[in-house]
Design a protein around this ligand. Structure first.
Ligand code: NAD
Ligand code: TYD
Length: 365
């Protein structure tokens, strides 16, 4: 099988590529624009494998996407390329509209033209797998039931609105043109090779440098945490056996408040690399909240569990331990991704935020 994977130099995409190369016979055409979030170092041993080919293409460029399909003639496409960080979408939504909506539209149109000319088994087997987020469903109250595939869309941020729009396009291309699609909506991923703008790697790296651990609001927001390799395995499963036109929610069965997550990271660091200055949680700092901050996400994974027999393998304890250890073992990767652009983002997002000292003192684990 020849797979075209977009966003394969990003956090989740690189995990998917590494798995396909290591565990299957598939050939992977890895398509990525290499934005600040893309990094060929994340491909590790897959990078120079004979079944892996990297092509630098921006999915906003329709002509370049057409050339890709003409040249590589894939059996399926798994689409992960996206602008993915909520805080960046609040600072500058245009790139989210362009990549997540227009880029997905380009892929759909080019895939439709390509698929319509396929015949027999090639046409029957072709798939367009769109990778999306649980954030399209909006947020939940503390006691609300988890998101199912039937939960109405109610995105809050420019990021989730752009992902919701792309999901709608993919569904419409299935219903109107019959394009053979599958869609997955997953919860917050964590694990090795995640760009340190996201909560877990940011906290690990700041703690190691003795910098403040910036928690938005009161740290009461709840996320469901999914280990990235569990997610990659689920994606392979859905692409291989998911029902056409169907959506599958993927979660980690692991809900925690942000404060619990940061305390858990601090506890692992206290055990692994104790700091003579004191426990790492001394660095916790509560800062002004993210505008429109979703309170809680939770996934009902009944469909993928019962129809496809998938469930997460990693517990939060074991996954977080592995993740912290990976960042400790890979300072060279960390140094390379923390370029000038990263410093600029850290300055932009964190320097003008108000620090809420009352909260810092009042809130304990
Ligand atoms: P990421 O930001 O780490 O990687 C995104 C990749 O897409 C990067 O390699 C980047 O270079 C590439 N890219 C960006 N714009 C592009 C463009 N115009 N053309 C080609 N490539 C481009 O993101 P991630 O965390 O790996 O997320 C992958 C997918 O999973 C995204 O679609 C995201 O919305 C979705 N998702 C992520 C999470 C999460 O917790 N990380 C949760 C739910 C869904
Ligand atoms: P993030 O990793 O950006 O993922 P998402 O917004 O897609 O859920 O953030 C996870 C949670 O952590 C979210 O509730 C916002 C919070 N957060 C902080 O409290 N401080 C930070 O510096 C960051 C980046 C996130």
């Amino acid at each position: 099988m020849k797979l075209l994977i977009t966003g394969g130099a990003g956090f989740i995409g690189s995990a998917v590529v590494r798995q396909y190369i290591a565990e299957t016979e598939a050939t992977v055409v890895n398509v990525d624009a290499l934005t600040y979030a893309g990094n060929l170092d994340s491909l590790a041993e897959a990078r120079y494998h004979p079944r892996h080919q990297f092509v630098q293409v921006d999915i906003r460029n329709r002509g370049a996407v057409e050339n890709l399909f003409r040249e590589y003639r894939p059996d399926a496409i798994m689409h992960l390329a996206a602008e993915s960080h909520v805080d960046r979408s609040i600072e500058g939504p245009a790139a989210f509209v362009e990549t997540n909506i227009t880029g997905t539209h380009n892929l759909l149109e080019v895939a439709r033209g390509y698929w319509s000319e396929l015949e027999g088994k090639d046409r029957e087997g072709f798939r367009f797998h769109h990778v999306s987020t649980d954030e399209v469903y909006g947020d939940l109250g503390p006691n609300d039931p988890a998101f199912t595939e039937e939960t109405p869309y109610a995105p809050s941020s420019p990021y989730s609105a752009s992902k919701a729009a792309s999901d709608h396009l993919v569904r419409a291309w299935h219903r109107t043109y019959g394009l053979p699609v599958v869609i997955t909506n997953c919860s917050n991923n964590y694990g090795p090779y995640q760009f340190p703008e996201k909560l877990i790697p940011l906290m690990i790296l700041n703690a190691l440098e003795g910098k403040p651990l910036p928690i938005y609001g009161k740290g009461e927001n709840i996320r469901d945490w999914l280990y990235v390799d569990d997610h990659a395995y689920a994606l392979r499963n859905v692409l291989a056996t998911g029902q056409l036109g169907r959506t599958y929610n993927i979660g980690g069965r692991c809900e925690h408040t942000n404060l619990e997550v940061v305390h858990a990271i601090c506890a692992i660091l206290d055990r692994t690399v104790p700091d003579s200055a004191g426990p790492y949680e001394r660095l916790i700092q509560f800062i002004s909240d993210r505008p429109g901050h979703d309170l809680r996400y939770a996934i009902d994974d009944t469909r993928i569990a019962t129809e496809l027999g998938w469930q997460p393998k990693e517990s939060f304890d074991s996954g977080l331990q592995k993740t912290v250890q990976w960042y400790l073992n890979n300072p060279a990767w960390v140094e390379r991704v923390r370029s000038g652009e990263y410093c600029e983002w850290m300055r932009q997002n964190y320097t003008n935020r108000e620090t809420n000292t009352t909260e810092s003192k009042a809130t304990k684990k």
